[in-house]
Design a protein around this ligand. Sequence first.
Ligand code: DAK
Length: 278
Amino acid sequence: MPSQSETSNSQTRPSTQDTTQYQHLIVEAGIRPGVGLIQLNRPKALNALNTPLMEELRAVLAQWDDDPTIRCVVLTGNERAFAAGADIREMADQSAISMYLRDQFRTWDAVRRFRKPLLACVRGYALGGGLELALLCDMIFAGESAKFGCPEIKLGIIPGAGATQWLPRLLGKQRAMELILTGEIVSAKEMAQWGILNRIAPDDTVLDLTLNVAETIAQQAPIAVLAAKEAIQHAYETFLTEGILVERKVFFLLFASEDQKEGMQAFLEKRKPQWQGS
Ligand code: DAK
């Protein structure tokens, strides 16, 4: 149900882009009244989510959680990718113990704990951690070019930021199994049919659409908005924490396998992996 503001032609491009403060993000507070926009900005790596980017995201969200002028936030990428996953280059040589010690979950948990509504606007690839980041958002709007998937299995690992728990809840077990076990990429249209997207729109208008919805939310009673988000999150999360812990244990374990090394090395060398099953 489009709101009145969804049909407006409000200006959506940032009036000033804060590129000095953040290396991997373009951030615009007040792109619309009460709305903040965060654009993931590692275009050469299809916005692969490395630690510095995730740390910057955590910092912006922490700042905006405390900023009463920001009431709703939109997270987006570019035309080619929302994010093609966690950074394989950064993970390829990690061991189970180094992954455990780095505690990358700190930044992901910060996204999950953000108290204000967070809307994902996806164009191009949202794969692996990119899809998981979109799933941590409260709504997902997709351009027609959007492509979703969990290709981790092709790297010899499994999702590490919640997809094994979120997808069965959102799509049902069978579709979650299909996505995670085949690693295949599905279109925005298919994802919408599976009921996981709020809306699809042409790529050149989907950010406007998302910002319009964000603006509508930003106009509501601020405390009621926080309370509504908190209550809705509880509907999903009561039994989620244990599942997430199981996923993390198994995820770390895979970094003790030869197949993880082979899968990620093969990606970086642009060849097919040779699985050893060890
Ligand atoms: N990591 C690093 N670099 C990436 C990347 C990624 N995920 N995806 C793409 N790139 C880089 C490519 O290496 C390439 O760099 P150069 O070779 O030019 O230096 C550049 O982006 C452009 O990519 P392509 O040349 O491959 O572009 P194509 O159009 O041919 O293919 C593609 C697009 C998206 C199909 C392809 O790039 C691709 O398959 N990318 C990998 C997708 C993937 O496997 N994603 C899942 C990664 S594993 C965790 C939290 C989360 C996770 C894990 C732990 N914790 C908190 C601990 C999540 C894990 C994952 O997401």
